[in-house]
Structures are given as structure tokens and as C-alpha cells.
Design a protein around this ligand. Structure first.
Ligand code: PMP
Length: 408
């Protein structure tokens, strides 16, 4: 009972309409990256055909058009996450670079020996390794919030981990491996009460959940355009102005300076201080079309519909003998991970592909989480707004066939 016309939405995504290995493509690898609507593809094409020029430095017409389009995306992102100012939006190349920026810049200035950084057992490697690197450099320590059997974070244990040594807490809004939606507002309140800053990895939240950085009171919020119907190569870092202004530059180069001499260089204001060099102009410009797409379809409608897909897929999977779902938190984005008794996930993924079904297999860049469940990896199906109940039926049918074929 959705208000969405899914067939009309599917028609906006050319890539969906193809056969893979002689079967209609069923694309269930949306948590890795989702597909792009014509609106985005056309925006990219339009930029190169009509407006392409380097930004900010030029006074000619194309440079002005490119600059305006680039800065329009910044404003659209500001509105999308309800940031207080457009200057608090920094463009990077992805969530990974956004987190590395904070770890390098904020971490280098504010971390000291003996300080602690708390991450969680649900984190993607990109929200673990940058903290390990800076912690090693500074003599700080990385600690992890444990994950409970159902895939929720253990908030009581988090409370125990927090101390006067905690400088920063870095957790995801939603887990890419299990789908768990974390109580980030509560986590932020608890961290702030101990004087720690908080970075939220929103890579898996941005296309599914409402994001209001002011309401959350997040200090930093990172996400990637390519997981929200936008181009690859564009990431966003939101940071509170008061923090960004105190942070040293991440990289040096053009655009991030006010004046350069061999004696002394002064740095530009935010956000430019953190955007050294020519950015990914065309993809940033096209990213606005992705935000427009989400706003047009409506995030609440998307969330409601994806919830239906998740509920249906989960109940179908539970009916199959030998299938075990990993992660059954009450609040999840549309991601379902599972293991099948006696069948390796790589074999399963390969046979799925032979049937036209694209799923992800492996550790999903969350090895500590796999260790927690004593598994090497899972098979993961993840849904976007253009997926259908019929596709889930195809996937379930394929899974049953494969189990019959491969089971010892
Ligand atoms: N965090 C999470 C939760 C993710 O799902 C991903 C992408 N799989 C990342 C971080 C890294 O994003 P990117 O590769 O776009 O930098």
C-alpha cells in the first residue's frame, strides 16, 4: 500500500532494464552503491556539454555558471541535512575521505597521549582504521562498543566505556552489514555529557532516514553521494562551524589559501580551507539532481516502501530451512544479511549472479563485526526504492534452487 508508482520510478533508471546471464537483472547490491536516475545522468552530461569550466577563480561566463551550480549543490546538501549554514558543508571524495579528514585534522590538533576514541563493533573499516592511525600517532586508544546478539549496540556497555578520557565517539547512523539503525541522538547526548565530540557515519542512512544534524546535535556527519542515487567520487562532511574553524587544513594547495608567500601562508575561510585543488565539479553538480530525485519521490515514502520490501524479504528468508539471518534489530534500514548452512557465501553469490541476481558476499568491510558473530562473511541483499516484491520472489526462488543444488 504505497503511494509510489514503482514502475514509473524504474523507468527512470536505464541500467535496471537489462539481462544478466540471460536473466532480467535483479539489483540487490544497493548498500554498496545504488543506481542513478536519468535526472542525474543528464545533469552530468549537461554539465560537460554546456557549462564545464573550473570554479571560483574565473570571471568568464562558463566559470560563473559552473561555480553557481557547484555552490547550489552545497546549499541543497545544507537543506537536505538541515545544517545551519552552507559553509558547514565540505565536499570530499566519499565518506572515507570525510572521516579521514576529521581524523587527520581534528585528531592531529586535539588528541593527546592517553585520550580515548570510542567506535562501535558495527563500524565499516573506514570508521575504524583512520582512528587507529591517528591514535597510534598520538598515543591514544581506540575502544569499541560491543554489539548484542540481535545486532543492536550495547548502550549500557557504551555508558561504561565513556569516561573523562573520551575525546571522540565515531559511530554509524545505520550499519551497512546488518542494517541496524543506531540511537545516534542518544549516543550524541551521552558523549556530550562527558565532553566528547561525535562523528556520525551516515553512509547508509542518507538515502533511507531523515537527517537533521542540528536536531541530532552532531559535531560531524559524513556520507557519500553514490549511495543516494548520486555520482561516485563525491562525499560530504558536515561539521559545526565552531569546530571546523579551529581545525587545521587537511591538504595544502590551491583554493584553500588566502595568501601564499615563502614566509607565511594564510588559509581561506571554511569550507574552502578544506577543499584544496580542483574538486570533482561535474559530479558535485550532478549530485544536486540526486537530492532533487529523493526530495521529489519523498524520503518518507521511500522509507515506508523499503520497509515493506525488508519485511517481506525477511519473512521469506525465515521460511527457508538452513538460512540464518544475521542481525534482527527492531529498527533497520533495508538491508538483510544471512548465512546458509553448508554453503559458502561466495558460491551462493556466484550462483545468484548466474540467475541475474546481484547480491554482495563477504565481510562487507566489517571484519570485527563478522568476528563477533564467529562468521567469515554473509550474503547481503539491500534494497532501494526501484526494487519490487516480484524481484524478491525471484531472489527467494533462486536461493531455494541453489540450496537444493549445492546442499551436501
Ligand atoms: N561507512 C559505511 C557504513 C558504508 O556503508 C560505507 C560504504 N560501504 C562507507 C562508510 C565508505 O563509504 P565510501 O566507500 O563511499 O567512502
Amino acid at each position: 500500500s504505497t503511494q509510489l508508482d514503482i514502475e514509473a520510478i524504474r523507468a527512470e533508471f536505464p541500467v535496471l532494464h537489462q539481462q544478466v546471464n540471460g536473466k532480467p537483472l535483479v539489483y540487490f547490491d544497493n548498500a554498496a552503491t545504488n543506481q542513478k536516475p536519468l535526472q542525474v545522468i543528464n545533469a552530468l552530461k549537461h554539465h560537460y556539454e554546456a557549462d564545464n569550466a573550473n570554479i571560483h577563480r574565473g570571471i568568464h561566463t562558463l566559470a560563473e555558471r559552473s561555480t553557481t551550480a557547484f555552490e547550489d549543490t552545497r546549499k541543497a546538501v545544507q537543506t537536505f541535512i538541515n545544517a545551519n549554514e552552507a559553509e558547514e558543508i565540505i565536499f570530499t571524495k566519499g565518506t572515507t575521505e570525510s572521516i579521514n579528514l576529521v581524523a587527520s585534522s581534528w585528531g592531529r590538533k586535539f588528541l593527546q597521549s592517553g585520550d580515548e576514541i570510542i567506535v562501535s563493533g558495527l563500524e565499516h573499516h573506514s570508521n575504524i582504521v583512520p582512528w587507529q592511525l591517528i591514535a597510534q600517532e598520538k598515543g591514544a586508544k581506540v575502544r569499541a562498543i560491543p554489539v548484542m546478539e540481535n545486532g543492536d549496540l550495547d548502550i549500557a556497555a557504551f555508558s561504561q566505556l565513556l569516561s573523562d578520557k573520551t575525546r571522540l565517539v565515531a559511530v554509524n547512523h545505520a550499519s551497512n552489514s546488518l542494517g541496524t539503525i543506531n540511537p545516534v541522538k542518544q549516543i550524541i547526548e551521552m558523549a556530550h555529557a562527558r565532553g566528547a565530540k561525535v562523528l556520525i557515519d551516515g553512509a547508509q542512512a542518507s538515502s533511507h532516514l531523515p537527517i537533521d544534524v542540528q536536531q541530532l546535535n552532531a559535531d560531524f556527519y559524513a556520507f557519500s553521494a553514490h549511495k543516494m542515487y548520486g555520482p561516485t567520487g563525491v562525499g560530504i562532511l558536515y561539521g559545526k562551524r565552531s569546530l571546523l574553524e579551529k581545525m587545521p587544513p587537511y591538504q595544502g594547495g590551491g583554493e584553500m589559501i588566502k595568501e601564499v608567500s615563502f614566509e607565511k601562508t594564510t588559509f581561506n575561510d571554511i569550507p574552502y580551507k578544506f577543499e584544496a585543488g580542483t574538486p570533482n565539479i561535474a559530479d558535485v553538480v550532478a549530485f544536486k539532481a540526486a537530492i532533487d530525485f529523493i526530495n521529489r519521490v519523498g524520503k518518507e515514502h521511500i522509507a515506508q516502501y523499503e520497509e515493506q520490501l525488508l519485511t517481506y524479504a525477511t519473512s521469506q528468508l525465515k521460511n527457508i530451512e538452513g538460512v540464518k539471518i544475521i542481525g534482527e534489530a527492531l529498527h533497520k534500514v533495508s538491508v538483510v544479511s544471512f548465512v546458509v548452512e553448508g554453503i559458502h557465501h561466495f558460491d551462493l553469490g556466484m550462483w545468484m549472479d548466474a540467475k541475474g541476481v546481484a547480491v554482495r558476499t563477504g565481510h562487507h568491510c566489517t571484519q570485527p563485526l563478522m568476528d563477533r558473530f564467529c562468521i567469515e562473511g554473509t550474503t547481503r541483499a539491500s534494497f532501494s526504492v526501484y526494487n519490487t516484491i516480484e524481484e524478491i520472489d525471484v531472489f527467494i526462488g533462486a536461493l531455494k534452487d541453489i540450496i537444493k543444488k549445492l546442499k551436501p
